[in-house]
Design a protein around this ligand. Sequence first.
Ligand code: ADP
Ligand code: MG
Length: 383
Amino acid sequence: MKRIDEVNLRNKTVIIRVDYNVPINDKLEITDDNRIKESLKTINYCLDNNCKIILLSHLGKVKKEEDKLKYSLKPVSERLSLLLDKQVTFVPETRGNLVKETVLKMQPGDIVMLENTRFEDLNDKKESSCDLELAKYWASLGDIFINDAFGTCHRAHASNVGISKYLPSCLGFLVLKELDNLLPIINNPERPFTVILGGAKLSDKLKTVENLIKKADYILVGGAMAYTFLKANNEEVGKSLVDEDSLEFVKSLDKEKIILPIDHIVSLENKEETRVVDKISPNEIGLDIGPKTRELFKSFLEKSKTIFWNGPMGYYENPIYQEGTKYLCEVISKLDVTSVVGGGDSASCVINMGYKDKFTHVSTGGGASLELLEGKELPGINI
Ligand code: ADP
Ligand code: MG
């Protein structure tokens, strides 16, 4: 794998695979443009090298024809144009005559964005199954391929791994920055190394949890994940979210380094009132860590030199249950530590709560950052 700054890009037509899989609401407004902002360094570098730039990205999952309405990249091209203060020509196709004509007309410094690569998934999953004929076609549009889509590096799709088989390829600055920040965490963290785990998707994260338990000194578990751990210890968790399928896995873990919540913010189903409890009753749902747990977690964070955080501490989509997550942001923001956040929801929390600049690194990749921390080689990196 080559770095972007090891390749001669002068006057070339570059195809950049970016990760513009950004959250979009029902009004088709982008609610978090961090991934677009983080891609500007590579784009500007190519502009400085007098390149013609063709951008490819996926957005959401495209499984049926209606999904195309919600997941067009047009609003993304408009936001990019605003951020760059430069025209970005959007082509509402992934291949065909319009693509060909637009690319033929390009001048150095021009930027063209093709439509969502996953529109090709309606055509026999051509993008997601890494169809090589499609990859070859996209590769034919340019001279050099730059993979800057860190969030997709754990997948071998036509628009990343596929294209790299047909063109000289390199990694862009965003991917390089992710690797520079994430690899030392797993290979050589300054100790004590504390991992905060939260969120909901324990079954997707078993391997990461297993690997991090080996590497970390302390594991602080909050969010819905904590209830699976508490239930595995035979504690009452009421109607809290539990991942039943992962209970056996959790029971098998070495518990020595694991610190669990000692109190909770709970509610009753369909009710807004909350209570703070040490023990959850059968009809209650745990939705955030309680104040004693915040202090307990703080005491571990304060003695750490490296912190990796994945997963919010509560059901943060409702502001009533954001306190635990916010509190940990506030604590970490005051510490002189290496602090890295990985995970789609976790990153959104840190950014939307206003703490992005207080962390050493906020990863743009959810699954990709976790797979890297599992110790896996990502197909999109080994191009
Ligand atoms: P990430 O995207 O950072 O990896 P996840 O996707 O695993 O994180 O988890 C985020 C989700 O977890 C959010 O939707 C949040 O509401 C949910 N969550 C966190 N704590 C709780 C809880 N106590 N009960 C229900 N859902 C929770
Ligand atoms: Mg998530």
